[in-house]
Design a binder for this molecule. Structure first.
Ligand code: GAL
Length: 763
């Protein structure tokens, strides 16, 4: 080719290869100043920043010398917005201000004017919103991005701009916590394209897994063109399962749907979706892992599940439904029912009054047309409750403060309809958000001190009845401080009245969350001060004639596991809040070691609630961001840890994978084992950790976890687990005997996955 022509062609190609936006970004991740407290005047660009201190972003303010555990604080930053940013940009759709993630709520100002709140852009001249922190959207991990048109009057091109962020923290760690790039740049074609395959999980259809992926063009002008490549391969086997390449063309504001199906497998497959824009630039890439089912189908013949021991206090109301799977109708019989306890033979519900102190073996039989099953469950009437870790549902990880009576009742109904109750799930617990907001003008209590409820929970006694009617137990939430973490009325100064209200409503479980008690207790290093509010509520609960399981929530302060039982608790949170990421899950789960010796029947360490299924901490939910293998790890590790199991998802959207995950009786039996031993890590080798716990039948349950990023083959040295000879091994997820094994047992473990086994050995 003639050199001239070649050069012109190169120039033309270069032109097409140029990304649409200049790609330059102004970094917003350094140079911030900080002040705790709240004053709308702190948004002003010309503020004299006396008393403001430099602060790092990406790190909670508590980790930088600020103790405040709840409430408002402000961040400020000055930065120059170069004129060339908008001049070099071809799309001219907008400037994208990203301030990363915020714990928990934010209101964002630019040059003294409000830009928006909690990631929602507001028009120019919008007034500050003192209630910005009452939105249900803020929690957690939602990136805060504000997009302004290039000609927006709030932007000062070629000049210094002042960003001021008003933050409100509900609980845990507070501030601008990073997690996402913090920058200002013009939006590009990738910002205008939405490709979120994980928003719509794979569906199980017969022997296949089907998938629908939506590609959306959010631009009002630009035509999306390119190619989409989808590749999938088994994570354990490495076997390819799909390779597709298709042309995409999406009009402004339109979308294109892509569908595919693969056969179901006994491993997750990793899918990579790569979208190359015709204009070039960095391709968009998304990764997703497909679910797979390990729990075998429930048999038609009856099987009695759940705990083998129950604790209840003499003279108090008793309610328990025998958890039993198998084709309905089932018929129940119980021999040895003491006192006035009555059995409903059709539902298996046992109700009445707990008999005098003693141990009462209940010989239970469940039968149907396909056979029968029997089991003895010891009813131990005495002071102790929760002789096995509580199992149930809690509203927080799903609904956050957007919970209401109908959502709670819908969960209870699903427990029954989807059969979760048959596998031992029985507490239905409201978390924060049912009282009158603390800063509302409405009275928070009746004249006699009784707590009032808000419009989302008009009648608590009715709700209690609706839950009990399903044979389930009812849980509630409060704080020892004047306000709960979500800003609703707490129990401070009204402990006795609140305990009495709970009893009147039929409450069976109380989560008591520290929150604003920090404003009462001044010295967080004093064990006595940490214990005081918990002991106080314990005394109040003991005055009422109900078995109210008492869950202490104060994030592990003062090594709560060493004194939680003495303070009256049956369980205590050992950590700050979990979320649906591997980072959080693994950081919490694999750190539960120092507290192991303190777990046992009636006193449990609580590493926080389950993050499987559709979660969201607010009105808009998403499928858990944990991969299927991470979810198997979650359930396996929590069961080994003898952790309370509280499902935290919207149960009405329970998918086949999540249901399968939550109904494996052999895995749940590890959690519910009556010996109550908490697992400890016995082997740690590279990315492999083996956690093991003794079981009441003399067996040993152990999980081989792979914390690494690639599949691992590992030989478990059984002698290191204290297993001599040739123990029989059983795969608990698959419910399959593996036969005797001696020496080193080989396993293949998916990245972030687990193999959960039980070794039987003679006592
Ligand atoms: C947190 C607690 C969460 C949830 C929330 C409610 O302190 O750890 O589990 O209860 O408060 O506001």
């Amino acid at each position: 080719m003639v050199p001239f022509l070649r050069r012109s062609l190169q120039a033309i190609l270069l032109l097409f290869a140029l990304p649409l936006a200049s790609g330059e970004a102004v970094r917003l991740d350094g140079g911030w100043t900080f002040k705790p407290g709240d004053n709308p005047a702190w948004a002003a660009p010309s503020l004299a920043e006396g008393g403001w201190k430099p602060i790092k972003v990406g790190l909670a303010w508590q980790k930088q010398g600020y103790e405040q555990l709840q409430g408002h604080a402000w961040y400020r930053l000055s930065f120059t917005l170069p004129e060339r940013l908008r001049q070099d940009d071809r799309l001219k759709e907008g400037l994208r201000l990203s301030i990363g993630q915020v714990a928990d709520f934010d209101e964002c100002y630019l040059n003294g004017q409000r830009v928006g709140a909690n990631g929602q852009v507001a028009p120019p001249d919008s007034a500050p919103d003192p209630d910005f922190w009452k939105a249900d959207e803020g929690l957690p991990g939602r990136p805060r991005v504000y997009v302004l048109r290039p000609d927006d009057p709030r932007l000062r091109w070629g000049q210094v701009n002042v960003l001021a962020v008003r933050v409100y923290m509900v609980s845990g760690w507070g501030g601008l916590t990073g997690g996402e790039p913090m920058e200002a740049r013009m939006i590009d074609h990738a910002d205008l394209t939405s490709l979120e395959p994980a928003r719509e999980p794979f569906a199980f259809e017969g022997a296949r897994l089907t998938k629908r992926v939506l590609l959306t063009n959010r631009s009002s002008r630009w035509q999306l063109r390119g190619t989409l490549e989808i590749q999938g391969a088994g994570l354990l086997s490495g076997q390819p399962v799909l390779a597709r390449r298709l042309q995409v063309r999406v009009a402004p504001g339109g979308h294109q749907e892509v569908r595919f199906a693969i056969p179901q497998r006994e491993e997750a497959c990793r899918f990579t979706y790569r979208l190359r824009f015709q204009e070039g630039g960095v391709p968009m890439e998304r990764i997703e892992e497909s679910p797979y089912l390990l729990t075998p189908k429930t048999r038609r013949a009856p099987r009695i599940n759940g705990p083998q021991v129950l604790g209840a206090r003499p003279g108090n109301p008793f309610l328990w439904t025998i958890p039993a799977s198998g084709q309905r109708p089932l018929r129940f019989k119980v021999q040895g029912l003491p006192g006035d306890l009555r059995l409903d033979p059709a539902s298996g519900m046992i109700e009445g009054t707990t008999p005098p102190a003693g141990t009462y073996p209940l010989r239970i039989q469940a039968s149907n047309a396909h056979g029968s099953d029997t089991r003895t469950v010891d009813l131990v009437a005495g002071p102790r409750l929760a002789l096995t870790p509580p199992m149930g549902w809690n509203s927080w990880n799903a609904w956050g403060l957007a919970v209401d009576e109908e959502k709670v009742v819908a969960s209870a109904r699903t427990f029954v309809e989807k059969g979760l109750r048959d596998h031992g799930w029985n507490y239905v617990n409201i978390d924060d958000g049912w009282e009158i907001p603390e800063n509302s003008a409405a009275p928070k209590r009746e004249a006699d001190g009784r707590i009032r409820v808000n419009g989302k929970f008009p009648d608590m006694a009715r709700l209690g009845r609706r839950i009990h009617e399903q044979g389930l137990r009812f849980g509630i939430y409060s704080s020892p401080g004047p306000a709960t973490c979500g800003g609703y009325t707490g129990s401070y100064g009204f402990e006795a009245q609140d305990a009495a209200s709970y009893a009147a409503w039929g409450v069976d479980y109380l989560k008591y969350d520290w929150c604003s008690y920090s404003t009462v207790a001044k010295n967080l290093t004093s064990l006595e001060e940490l214990q005081k509010p918990y002991r106080k509520m314990d005394q109040a609960l003991r005055q009422v004639n109900r078995d109210i399981v008492y869950s202490l929530c104060q994030y592990g302060m003062g090594d709560v596991w060493t004194w939680g039982e003495a303070a009256g608790g049956q369980l205590w949170r050992t950590t700050y809040d979990i979320d649906d990421t591997w980072k959080k899950l693994s950081a919490i789960g694999f750190a539960q070691t120092a507290n192991a010796a303190y777990a046992g029947p009636g006193h449990w360490n609580d590493p926080d609630m389950l993050v499987v299924g559709w979660v969201g901490w607010g009105p808009s939910l998403h499928p858990s961001r944990l991969t299927p293998d991470e979810q198997y790890t979650h359930l396996s590790l929590w069961s080994l840890l003898a952790a309370p199991l509280l499902i935290g998802c919207d149960l009405t959207r329970l998918d086949a994978f999540t249901l399968n995950l939550l109904t494996n009786d052999e895995v749940l039996a590890v959690d519910q084992d009556r010996l109550g031993r908490q697992a400890t890590p016995v082997i740690q080798e590279g990315s492999i950790q083996v956690w093991a716990r003794e079981l009441s039948d003399g067996g040993l349950a152990f999980g081989v976890f792979n914390l690494g990023e690639t599949a691992a083959t590992y030989r478990v040295d059984l002698a290191k687990l204290g297993l001599q000879g040739s123990p029989q091994l059983r795969d608990l997820w698959r419910q399959k005997d593996l036969g005797p094994s001696a020496g080193a047992h080989p396993v293949r473990v998916a990245p972030h996955g687990v193999v959960l086994l039980k070794a039987s050995r003679a006592r």
